[in-house]
Structure formats: structure tokens, C-alpha cells
Design a protein around this ligand. Structure first.
Ligand SMILES: Cc1cc2nc3c(=O)[nH]c(=O)nc-3n(C[C@H](O)[C@H](O)[C@H](O)COP(=O)(O)OP(=O)(O)OC[C@H]3O[C@@H](n4cnc5c(N)ncnc54)[C@H](O)[C@@H]3O)c2cc1C
Length: 523
């Protein structure tokens, strides 16, 4: 009989959330993380007194009563965290060639803003928000139908339009609303947060990303590391065991137990396992033998295409960024109105002549007390799209040992990016005190991201909802999935998926006589 109720493989947002929900319900939990530090994309890194986030720049839905706030409180981490609200009047500043659009809190405020800017296209703006509200309502209603066929039937009758939007890209939705490319671009800039351009993005997911931020945008005081630490501390307080440097090599079901073996040769057994590793990798590489997974799910895992990767510049500077006009708003430079063409150009496997799109944010301006930079200095993070293929030939080599050619390619792209950033931060290149570049290989190595993808499987119409692993199941009883490959990419979605996977594991454990959780799951 195993001592453990649950083993969690991977400590990203989803893994930590799953482990915490289980531990709070009285389960004995072991969390195994491959890397030396916990957190996955929530794990920041330090260089010469600077601390940089890797996968959290802002989150939404945190106002009182917001769903993310409720989720964090339920997990017991809400009390350990404080959040700084970014300027509600404009927390994303999209700079297009001829105008700027400020994305703000509140659908009505943003709608009025667009109506003023696109005078003459008022009906198109209204039509967009009509569809936006329909989709938002339908997604909320859909959550109530889980496992209840009568409710599902009622849902389909009440929201027939969802059947259509479910298969549509965001670009198809926009094309029905307006031919005005500038209005389309204004409505697409935020949706790019999905990591997928409008021509590939699921219309429903694009709307839901915007909805997440319409309730306000927040940054955790202390950055992503503070969020990771809150989870780790609460996990420890709830009695969970955490082991870093423990890369899992195989997960095998033996009778009613699972045997989990690490690369170091340690083996552990438990009644249930939740994997935070990408579903395609979990199924193809960890579950042994993979044939235990039903063929239908194996095929789905094989089919899933990863999202695009990112090129990052992490910059320390002696410049007074606030004096230069850098605010707590994220600045998104978009040199054109065809976002599809822009992303296609960036993600082609060649060094771009110019960088038509980047996202710029300063953690030290957003959170001056957060320890992001030494006193008197600032930190900047700049992110743009890139192609995994451009770097693929070095993918077999570990971080820091990929050689001179790789380093010089990084520098070539990175300095081009810094040159573009100087439009907004004049003199930057002469005042750099710390500089680190990262590529999709960085995310592949440090987070286990498949092909370095930013948001798990690409969020296209065929790869969201039932096209993903939305029910967290693997087809093997007692073995579940969490993370970006389940509900979707983004910190809140991943934490929610951990909670959902844990509820399923608790249900499973309760169905076995040996299970001993304290409380009943709420679904
Ligand atoms: C550039 C960028 C910017 C982003 N900005 C935002 C943002 O502003 N807001 C937002 O909400 N989201 C943002 N995201 C997305 C968000 O960070 C991720 O979707 C989310 O954190 C992923 O969580 P996850 O649960 O999928 O786990 P991951 O973070 O993917 O972690 C998986 C963990 O599993 C571990 N692991 C892998 N293989 C093994 C193994 N064999 N054994 C043991 N452990 C293993 C890894 O080391 C890792 O720690 C951003 C992402 C990127 C890349």
C-alpha cells in the first residue's frame, strides 16, 4: 500500500495549485520538480542584483468577487499575496504607426473609446461588443453544464451561436464585423496575449482573454516569484513534500497504484498522479507503456501543435525610466495594422530585418518596492515573437553551453530589438547595466515547454475546449493532467486547471476504499 495519496509531476502554476488543493483536503502529497527551483513560468531568475519574471507580466479578475481572487482565496494563497492594480485607464498602450489605443478596465469605457476613435464605425464597435457579451455569457453557462446532459442540451438551445464561434478563428469573427483594418487591429492587440495571431486564434479564447483583463489588470507585489513563494509556503504549511532536481522519467500504473521513477533513479508510489508536464510529452514520454492511454487520446496528443515561442531581452539600466515617460502600463509596439502579417514575419525561420512588434514592461516601475532592480536602477523586459526552428540546431545542448554561434545569433536579434526599443527609451543602449537574451530554447530547457511554446498547445479553434485535454483526463483512471495543455494558457487558467484536476483526483480517491481525504469535493 503506497504512503502517498498523490504525486504531482512538475511545479508550474497548475502543479502547485493541484498539490495545494489535495493537501488542503488532507491528502499526502509529493511534488516532484525537474529543475532546481519551483514555479515553471512563475520562477523568476536573478542576475547581478536584478530579478526578472519569465511568464507573468499582469493578470486580471482580481477585484473583490473576481473569479481569480476567489480561486486564490480558496487555495489559501490569496492572503499571502498583495497585488498592485495597473492604471485602470490604460494598462496596455498599443502604439500603432498613426495612433495609440489604450486598453482599459471596463467594457463600456473601452467601447466608448473605440467609438470616438473610429467615428463612423460605431455600429461595428457595437456589434463586436454584442458578440463579445454573447460569448462571455455562453462560456459562463457552459461551466455549469459539466457532466449534466440536460443542462448541456439547454445550453445548446440557448446559445446556438456558440456552435459557430467554437469553430471560428478570431479573424473570421472580426471580418464579419468590419473591413476597417485599423479597427480590427485595435480589437486584436489585446487578444495577442493568447500568443497566437487572429488568423489562427480561437475566437472564443480571444474574447475570454479580453474579458479577463476588462475587470482590471494587476501585478503581484514582488513579481511572479512572490506568487510562486506563496504557493510553496502554503504547500509546506499544509504538509506537502516538495523535491526539486527530480526529473520524472516514467509513470506506470501497477494494479491500483502508480509507480513514478525519476532520472536519478528514485521511485515513489501513490494512489493517484497529476502531471503538469505538457500533455503530448506526458503521453509520449512519461506514461509507460504509452499504449495504456486510449488510442483516441494518444492521437490527439500527437496532433497538438505547440504555440509560438518568444525572444526576450532582460535589461538592467541606470536610466531613470519614469522620467523618460515609462509608466506602469505595458507598451506594445505594433508597426502596422495587419497583425497576422506581422506575426508571420516574426515567426518565419530567419533573422528579421526589423522587429515590427514587441511588448515592453518595467517591473521596477510597476512595483518600485518589489526588489526587481538595485536601488537607483531599473529593469525592463522586452518580448517579441520568434521561430523555434531558427534555434533548433542547438536544442540538444544545455543552457549556457550552446556555443559562440548561438550566442552571436541571440546578440544580433537582441541588439536589433534594443535599437527598436530606443524609440521609447532614448539612450538605452548606452546605459545598460545588465543584459540577458533568451530564446524558445530557454523555455524548452527551463520549463519543459514543448518547442519553447509560450502557452502550451497553440490556442486554435481545433486545439481548445475538447480539442485540448480540457477534462484533465488521460484515459487512465487515477492519472490526470493540469497546466496550459488543459483549460488553456495563462496563469489563472493553469491555476484553475490544477484545482479541477485535484477535484477529479479527490473524487477518484474517494471512490477507492483506501482513500482518506478529510472533506468531500464540491462537484
Ligand atoms: C513570455 C511569456 C509571458 C507570459 N505572460 C503572462 C502574463 O502576463 N499573464 C498570464 O496570465 N500568463 C502569462 N504567460 C503564460 C503563463 O506563464 C503560463 O501559461 C503558465 O504559467 C503555465 O503554467 P503550467 O501550469 O502550464 O506550468 P509550467 O509553467 O509550464 O511548468 C511546468 C513545470 O513542469 C516541470 N517539468 C517538466 N517536465 C518535468 C518532468 N519530467 N519531471 C518533473 N518536472 C517536470 C517544469 O520544469 C516546470 O517547472 C506568459 C508566458 C510566457 C512564456
Amino acid at each position: 500500500m503506497p504512503d502517498l495519496d498523490a504525486i504531482i509531476v512538475g511545479s508550474g502554476a497548475g502543479g502547485m495549485s493541484a498539490g495545494l488543493k489535495l493537501a488542503k483536503d488532507g491528502c499526502r502529497v509529493l511534488l516532484l520538480e525537474a529543475m532546481p527551483s519551483f514555479g515553471g513560468y512563475l520562477n523568476p531568475f536573478q542576475r547581478n542584483g536584478y530579478q526578472y519574471d519569465t511568464g507573468l507580466h499582469y493578470v486580471g479578475d482580481l477585484a473583490a468577487g473576481g473569479s481569480f481572487r476567489d480561486l486564490l482565496d480558496e487555495l489559501g494563497v490569496g492572503q499571502r499575496l498583495s497585488f498592485l492594480e495597473l492604471d485602470p485607464d490604460g494598462f496596455d498602450r498599443y502604439v500603432f504607426p498613426h495612433h495609440e489605443v489604450l486598453f482599459c478596465k471596463g467594457t463600456d469605457r473601452f467601447r466608448q473609446r473605440l467609438q470616438q476613435m473610429f467615428d463612423g464605425d460605431g455600429p461595428a464597435v457595437d456589434r463586436f461588443f454584442e458578440i463579445f457579451n454573447q460569448i462571455r455569457q455562453a462560456v459562463q453557462d457552459a461551466a455549469q453544464t459539466r457532466g449534466k446532459w440536460l443542462l448541456r442540451l439547454l445550453f445548446i438551445l440557448r446559445h446556438p451561436e456558440m456552435i459557430r464561434y467554437h469553430r471560428q478563428t478570431y479573424q473570421q469573427l472580426l471580418d464579419k464585423i468590419t473591413v476597417n483594418k485599423r479597427l480590427q487591429a485595435a480589437l486584436s492587440a489585446m487578444a495577442i496575449n493568447l500568443g497566437t495571431p487572429p488568423e489562427r486564434a480561437s475566437a472564443i479564447m480571444a474574447v475570454m482573454v479580453m474579458n479577463h483583463y476588462f475587470n482590471g489588470a494587476y501585478y503581484p507585489s514582488g513579481g511572479s516569484g512572490a506568487m510562486r513563494d506563496a504557493f510553496v509556503e502554503e504547500l509546506q504549511q499544509q504538509g506537502a513534500a516538495l523535491k526539486s532536481g527530480s526529473r520524472v522519467q516514467s509513470i506506470t500504473k501497477k494494479g491500483k497504484e502508480f509507480l513514478v521513477v525519476t532520472e536519478r533513479g528514485d521511485s515513489y508510489s501513490a494512489r493517484t498522479v497529476i502531471s503538469n508536464v505538457d500533455p503530448s510529452l506526458t503521453i509520449a514520454e512519461l506514461i509507460t507503456p504509452a499504449e495504456r492511454v486510449p488510442a483516441r487520446l494518444r492521437k490527439k496528443a500527437q496532433r497538438l501543435k505547440p504555440s509560438d515561442g518568444a525572444f526576450y531581452a532582460f535589461i538592467g539600466t541606470s536610466l531613470d525610466l519614469k522620467a523618460l515617460g515609462v509608466s506602469d502600463a505595458n507598451l506594445i509596439h505594433i508597426n502596422g495594422y495587419d497583425l497576422n502579417a506581422i506575426i508571420r514575419c516574426l515567426t518565419a525561420p530567419r533573422v528579421p530585418d526589423q522587429i515590427p512588434y514587441f511588448f515592453l514592461t518595467s517591473p521596477s516601475v510597476k512595483d518600485p518596492q518589489g526588489g526587481h532592480a538595485p536601488t537607483g536602477y531599473h529593469s525592463l523586459q522586452v518580448i517579441t515573437g520568434t521561430s523555434y526552428q531558427l534555434f533548433e540546431k542547438w536544442s540538444h545542448l544545455p543552457s549556457g553551453r550552446r556555443g559562440r554561434q548561438y550566442e552571436s545569433l541571440k546578440r544580433q536579434i537582441g541588439m536589433r530589438l534594443i535599437h527598436e526599443v530606443e524609440r521609447y527609451v532614448p539612450g538605452l543602449s548606452g546605459h545598460i547595466t545588465q543584459l540577458t537574451f533568451a530564446t524558445p530554447l530557454t523555455n524548452e530547457y527551463w520549463v519543459g515547454a514543448r518547442k519553447g511554446g509560450n502557452f502550451g498547445p497553440d490556442q486554435t479553434p481545433s486545439q481548445v475546449g475538447p480539442g485540448r485535454f480540457i477534462d484533465c483526463g488521460t484515459g487512465i483512471r487515477g492519472l490526470f493532467l493540469t497546466g496550459a495543455g488543459t483549460l488553456g494558457g495563462g496563469v489563472m487558467a493553469c491555476i484553475a486547471s490544477g484545482f479541477l484536476a485535484a477535484l477529479k483526483a479527490i473524487e477518484y480517491l474517494q471512490s477507492r476504499s483506501a482513500a482518506r481525504p478529510n472533506s468531500s469535493p464540491s462537484t
